[in-house]
Write a protein that binds this ligand. Structure first.
Ligand SMILES: NC(=O)c1ccc[n+]([C@@H]2O[C@H](COP(=O)([O-])OP(=O)(O)OC[C@H]3O[C@@H](n4cnc5c(N)ncnc54)[C@H](OP(=O)(O)O)[C@@H]3O)[C@@H](O)[C@H]2O)c1
Length: 321
């Protein structure tokens, strides 16, 4: 069984703080939204693929007895965003800029596929949803998070939901030749493997590390975390046998969505010490060993440069970081 996660410090009070959580209509993201509301955050913005599911989640959250008790005037708003479409992310960013400032963003939406499924943008779906769109979203949200920090006089938080599965990839130091573009390499069907989900989370943590080293931690504290194995519907897109195998595994060994969500809440309320860190089981943990090697560091730097270039191409409205 996974160890019990630390409790959120009882002194945590998010009164007056605004929070965005993506993928918050269900699973870990939904419970994370509930926890922020119980901690008195408001407004809480639900970034969801389906407005209908988002509105249903909003209703459930506002009817929760603990939310009603702790945060009776809570405001919850639903914003549509589909991470499988760069246009949708750009359109979300435009609509969401009306909030002017934000204190906490938890980029939680994610999925897994064991087969190569291209999006309408021509990217492999897991690469686009888990990595490219989350990076794009982060770039769009940073100005709002900085404005939130300026207004509150304390750093905002940007937390990416990653996974310790990033440790299990077939990526080696010479997998990608020096003259090859990393994004294109991963997008090439010939390089798609069963470790794609793990790779997407390694890329996300590599990007988070670089981002945290570039943004002033007094303005935005940036980190990533793994919620551990959690009993959600995460295996929806898995092959039939794996789906049912994982259902059994999750029913026996996984954390509840509420406990898994605590990993997100904890990462999103750290002090300055949390900047640039990866957390697993609620504890600071080294990211994938590959990222700490000399080759991994070069890879991370190149990944950063080539990702930013690509974001400019797929969305010319993206603010520079
Ligand atoms: N469950 C675990 O054991 C585990 C372990 C480590 C990390 N994680 C990470 O935790 C996060 C949440 O996963 P979960 O377990 O809560 O899974 P989940 O129950 O399947 O929830 C995933 C959420 O992401 C949303 N989403 C998926 N594709 C999207 C897209 N294209 N655009 C916008 N939203 C999209 C889903 O929306 P719909 O409801 O509309 O599909 C849903 O709200 C993921 O990043 C996952 O990688 C999970």
């Amino acid at each position: 069984m996974a160890p019990t996660l630390p409790r959120v410090p009882s002194s945590t009070d998010l009164s007056g703080q605004s929070v965005l959580i993506t993928g918050s209509n269900t699973g870990i993201g939904f419970e994370n939204a509930r926890q922020f509301l119980e901690l008195k955050a408001s407004p809480v913005y639900l970034g969801v693929r389906s407005v209908e599911k988002g509105e249903e989640a909003k209703k459930q959250l506002l009817n929760d007895p603990n939310v009603k008790k702790n945060n009776p005037d809570a405001v919850v708003e639903v914003y549509q965003v589909d991470l499988a479409s760069f246009d949708s992310v750009a359109s979300f960013a435009k609509r969401f800029s009306e909030v002017k400032k934000l204190n906490i963003a938890v980029l939680n939406a994610g999925l897994s596929f064991f087969k190569y499924v291209p999006t309408s943008d021509g990217y492999e779906t897991v690469l686009q949803v888990n990595y490219l769109s989350n990076s794009l979203l982060a770039a769009h949200l940073l100005p709002l998070l900085k404005a939130g920090a300026a207004a509150s006089g304390k750093p905002s938080h940007l937390a990416f939901v990653s996974s310790k599965m990033q440790n299990l990839t077939s990526l080696k130091k010479d997998s990608i030749k020096p003259d090859e573009n990393i994004v294109d390499w991963f997008n090439n069907k010939a390089n798609f493997g069963m470790d794609r989900y793990n790779v997407s989370k390694l890329l996300l943590t590599g990007f988070t590390n670089e981002l945290a080293s570039k943004v002033d931690g007094n303005q935005v504290i940036i980190n990533s975390m793994c919620p551990g194995l959690v009993a959600t519907n995460f295996d929806t897109n898995s092959p039939f046998i794996l789906k049912y195998f994982m259902k059994g595994v999750r029913s026996l060994m996984a954390r509840t969505p509420s406990e898994g969500a605590r990993a997100l809440t904890l990462a999103a309320v750290t002090g300055a010490e949390g900047n640039g860190k990866f957390y697993s089981d609620g504890k600071e943990t080294p990211p994938a060993p590959f990222l700490s090697t000399e080759d991994g560091k070069k890879f991370q730097k190149k990944l950063w440069d080539q990702t930013l270039e690509r974001l400019q191409t797929v969305d010319p409205t993206v603010p520079s970081i």
